[in-house]
Design a binder for this molecule. Structure first.
Ligand code: CU
Length: 134
């Protein structure tokens, strides 16, 4: 004779179905991890720092950056300026109003610069080893 009055079997089948849904939930949880990885990639992008040229001054006059930083000078004056390394490592063309010039500081050191059109305008970039400080 076949027994057909065991409702526990039906409950066990329902339990298996719940297990299947659990796996689906784990797969869905993997999606935010991919988003997190994208955020990490953005954070590792190259650094830039800006020096504004205004009122015949560099602001800030002294700037400290980690090695590998691209420093961008932007001219906010109505007069042209030319950014030049004291040692001749780089020199910008004459920057008109809103003009900009950039240089990558790859190696640690102290780099003095000036405006070759107005030699009294002076500034300094202090480059620290990458990974130092913050
Ligand atoms: Cu100048």
């Amino acid at each position: 004779m076949i027994k057909v009055r065991d409702p526990a079997r039906l409950r066990r089948r329902a339990g298996l179905a719940c297990g299947g849904l659990g796996i689906a939930a784990v797969l869905a949880a993997a999606v935010p991890t991919l988003v997190s990885n994208g955020t990490i990639a953005v954070a590792s992008a190259a650094r830039t720092a800006t020096v504004e040229i205004a009122n015949f001054k560099f602001a800030p006059p002294d700037l400290t950056v980690p090695a590998g930083t691209t420093v961008v000078w932007k001219n906010a004056d109505d007069s042209p300026h030319r950014v030049a390394d004291i040692g001749g490592a780089y020199a910008s063309p004459a920057l008109d109003t809103e003009g900009s010039f950039s240089h990558i500081f790859a190696a640690p050191g102290v780099y003095a610069y000036f405006c070759s059109l107005h030699p009294y305008m002076k500034g300094k970039i202090v480059v620290e080893p990458a990974g130092a400080g913050s």
